[in-house]
Design a protein around this ligand. Structure first.
Ligand code: NAD
Length: 276
């Protein structure tokens, strides 16, 4: 298996820095994508209750036949399940669908501030970890104010915050706040949902290294010490996206990609305004 970097988490656990994302992947497709990824060397899969594919992910994990402790599995509590009891119930339901006794990482999917429940939900995740349902707990789409509130109210910091992050939306301020609290940053839509793959700056760097645009972008996340979960269901792309450990970007490449940052570059919803 290819040697791959691990990122140390504040609770003593570690997460493989590169994982497979499975958003918008139906159950039957997820089985094959997960199996292909694990055979290619991935040891980390990112799903969520709302993706509707936890069963497929579980089947894919079993099809690959690796020892359970060798694969890092993340799932997320959906917004409609926010609340203390609801989050615990949601965690158990996810485990049942996945066919696992424990996930490696359980996240609150969105703060959904209009519901006014993310602090209670976080307390539910703290209990879920105590109950052994999750080895580590974290958040997704949390703005600095949400992060600081849950830490202030519970004294428990999430190990990680999974946020939209790619060369066109680099989230430097959010990364700094995460880091100040010992919270690792994980990049969702790391390829800009595929839109960044035709960017001429990325294409030039790819040519220079004899790599593909996707590999250059994934390498950029790795070189920025971000956890990264590119999605593909196409076997050769799943393998391509993992074949990123044999090269590094130089200072010129990093500067050129750094200059692509755009405050308007967000693709997904704004966590403060999303009404779901
Ligand atoms: P992404 O940025 O990973 O882009 C995926 C798309 O890029 C693919 O569908 C494919 O069209 C293309 N692609 C991938 N590899 C390629 C390659 N080698 N060559 C050519 N094209 C390629 O997009 P994403 O799925 O939005 O994000 C990745 C993961 O992040 C998701 O699957 C999910 O696990 C997670 N995510 C989380 C949240 C959240 O709210 N927490 C939101 C969105 C995504």
């Amino acid at each position: 298996m290819t040697a791959q970097p691990l990122v140390q988490l504040s609770d003593g656990n570690a997460i493989p820095q590169l994982g497979l994302g499975v958003w918008q992947t139906p159950n039957d497709v997820a089985v094959e994508a997960v199996r292909t990824a694990l055979e290619a060397g991935y040891r980390h899969v990112d799903t969520a209750a709302i993706y509707g594919n936890e069963e497929g992910v579980g089947h894919g994990l079993r099809a690959a036949g690796l020892p359970r402790r060798e694969v890092f599995v993340t799932t997320k509590v959906w917004n409609e399940e926010q609340g203390y009891d609801e989050a615990l119930r949601a965690a158990r339901a996810s485990l049942q669908r996945l066919g696992l006794e424990q996930v490696d990482l359980l996240l609150i999917h969105w703060p959904s501030p209009w519901r006014g429940k993310y602090i209670e939900t976080w307390k539910g995740l703290v209990q879920a970890q105590k109950d052994g349902l999750a080895r580590s707990i974290g958040v997704s789409n949390f703005e600095p104010e949400h992060l600081e509130r849950i830490i202030g109210e519970t004294g428990v910091a999430p190990v990680l915050n999974q946020i939209e992050l790619h060369p066109r939306f680099q989230q430097k301020a959010a990364r700094a706040v995460n880091a100040a609290h010992g919270v690792k940053t994980e990049s969702w839509s790391p390829l800009g949902q595929g839109r960044l793959l035709t960017d001429p700056v990325i294409a030039n760097i790819a040519r220079k290294h004899g790599r593909t645009p996707a590999q250059v972008i994934i390498r950029w996340h790795l070189d920025n010490e971000l956890v990264v979960i590119p999605k593909s269901v196409t076997p050769h792309r799943i393998r391509e996206n993992f074949n990123v450990f044999g090269f590094r970007l130089d200072a010129d490449d990093m500067a050129a990609i750094g200059a692509l940052d755009d405050p308007e570059g967000r693709i997904g919803s704004h966590p403060l305004h999303a009404k779901f």
